[in-house]
Ligand binder design. Structure first.
Ligand SMILES: [Zn+2]
Length: 365
C-alpha cells in the first residue's frame, strides 16, 4: 500500500493482444522461468492447453503440470494448487480461463512469489490484468479481495479465442467495462476530497474515459463482427477496452456506485443476470445519482439496449420487487464501494434512481 495522497498506478508488466497470440506464449514463458504450470477451468484447458504445451516445447520448456478443475476461487483450492505446483517445482504459473481460474492462478503465484501469466479464454471480465484475486466460498459467497504483492507479469489475450467465445461473454464484458468511465472518476474525486487513500493518476483516468468512448464507438459493430466470425478493428478495439483499458492503473480498486448497486441487487431472489449485466444497470443508476445530463444518460441507455444489456429492474430477471428497498439498503453498506462516491448516497436515493432508470428505459423503447 502506498501512502495517502500519492498518485499511484498499478499495471501488468506486459500486455500482448492479437489473433493467434497463444501460439507465442512459449517465448514469453522462457523469459520468466523454465517450469510452467497451468491453472485452468476444464473447458478452457481442453480448448487451449495443447497449444500452450506446443508453444512451450517449441521454446525449449515443457509444462511441469496442470490443474484443470477450478470452478471457484477459494482459499482451499488455492492451497491445494500451491501444494501441487510446488511439488513439481513450478517456477511460473499460467492462469487460463475465466475470472475464477485466473484469480486462483494469481493467488497461487503470489503466495509463492512466482510470476504469473494470465491467458483469458473469454471477455466477461478484466480479472486477467488486475492485481487482485476475488476469493469466494465453495458455494459462491464473497469472502474478500486478496491483493497481490505484484501484478501479472504478462497478460496474453488471443483475440480469436476471446473474440469468438459465446457472445454473452463479450456482452457481459462490455457491461462491466461501461462502469469504469463513471466509477473511476467518482472514486478519484472521492479520494482527492478525502485525502485518505492513494490518488488516481491523470493517465489512468484518461484511459478509463477512453474505454468508455471506445465502447460507444465500436461496441455495436464488435458484437456484430463477433457473431459473424469476423476479426475486425472494432472487435480488437473492444477487446482492448475490456481487457486493458477498463481497469487501467487501479490495480483492483476504483469501484463506486455501479458495483455497489450490483452487490445490493445480488441479494434479490430471481436476479439471474450475470455480473457485467447487473453492473451495466448499476452504471445507469450511478449516472442518475450523479445527475448526469439527460442527453448523456439517454445515449448510454440506448447503447445498452442495442448491445442487449439490461436497462430496467424488470430486465434483471423474474425479481421479487418488494426486496428492492433491501437491495438499495445493502448497496449503501458502509463496507461497500458506495462509500467511494464523492457525495453521500442514501438507500432512498438509490431506490429512487432505480425507479427513474425504469421510467427512462420505458420512454426509450
Ligand atoms: Zn465488475
Amino acid at each position: 500500500m502506498s501512502r495517502s495522497g500519492f498518485r499511484t498506478v498499478i499495471l501488468p508488466s506486459r500486455y500482448v493482444q492479437g489473433a493467434g497470440a497463444i501460439d507465442d506464449i512459449g517465448s514469453f514463458v522462457a523469459t520468466l522461468g523454465s517450469k510452467p504450470f497451468v491453472v485452468a477451468g476444464r473447458t478452457s484447458f481442453s480448448e487451449v492447453g495443447a497449444r500452450i504445451q506446443a508453444s512451450a516445447e517449441a521454446a525449449g520448456s515443457s509444462l511441469v503440470g496442470y490443474v484443470d478443475s477450478v470452478r471457484e476461487c477459494t482459499y482451499g483450492k488455492i492451497d491445494g494448487v500451491i501444494t501441487e505446483s510446488a511439488g513439481v517445482g513450478a517456477d511460473v504459473i499460467i492462469g487460463c480461463g475465466g475470472g475464477k481460474a485466473v484469480d486462483t492462478a494469481k493467488a497461487v503465484a503470489d503466495k509463492q512469489s512466482l510470476p504469473v501469466i494470465t491467458v483469458p479464454t473469454q471477455c466477461a471480465t478484466n480479472a486477467d490484468q488486475m492485481a487482485d484475486a476475488v476469493i469466494f466460498t465453495e458455494d459462491h459467497g464473497f469472502v474478500e479481495d486478496y491483493y497481490l504483492s505484484r501484478p501479472p507479469a504478462l497478460v496474453l489475450v488471443d483475440t480469436e479465442v476471446v473474440g469468438f467465445a459465446p457472445i454473452e461473454y463479450l456482452v457481459q464484458g462490455m457491461g462491466d467495462a461501461l462502469a469504469c468511465g463513471f466509477e473511476k472518476p467518482a472514486y478519484a474525486a472521492a479520494m482527492l476530497a478525502d485525502g485518505s487513500g492513494s490518488l488516481a493518476a491523470t493517465a489512468a483516468l484518461e484511459v478509463n474515459l477512453k474505454c468508455f468512448s471506445t465502447l460507444m464507438a465500436h461496441g455495436v459493430k464488435a458484437k456484430m463482427d463477433s457473431e459473424g466470425g469476423v476479426m475486425s478493428e472494432s472487435l480488437e478495439a473492444i477487446i482492448e477496452a475490456i481487457k486493458l483499458m477498463s481497469g487501467f492503473g487501479f490495480g483492483g480498486g476504483g469501484c463506486a456506485a455501479a458495483h455497489a448497486v450490483h452487490n445490493g441487487l445480488t441479494i434479490v431472489p430471481g436476479a439471474l443476470k450475470k455480473h457485467g449485466e447487473i453492473v451495466a444497470f448499476g452504471t445507469i443508476v450511478q449516472m442518475i445519482l450523479e445527475k448526469r445530463p439527460a442527453e448523456e444518460l439517454e445515449r448510454v441507455v440506448s447503447w445498452c439496449k442495442e448491445i442487449g444489456l439490461p436497462t430496467r429492474t424488470a430486465e434483471l430477471g423474474d425479481i421479487d420487487r418488494s426486496l428492492l428497498p433491501e437491495a438499495a439498503e445493502k448497496s449503501c453498506d458502509p463496507t461497500d464501494t458506495m462509500s467511494n462516491m464523492p457525495f453521500v448516497v442514501t438507500p432512498e436515493m438509490v431506490l429512487e434512481a432505480m425507479g427513474r432508470a425504469d421510467d427512462l428505459s420505458a420512454e426509450l423503447d
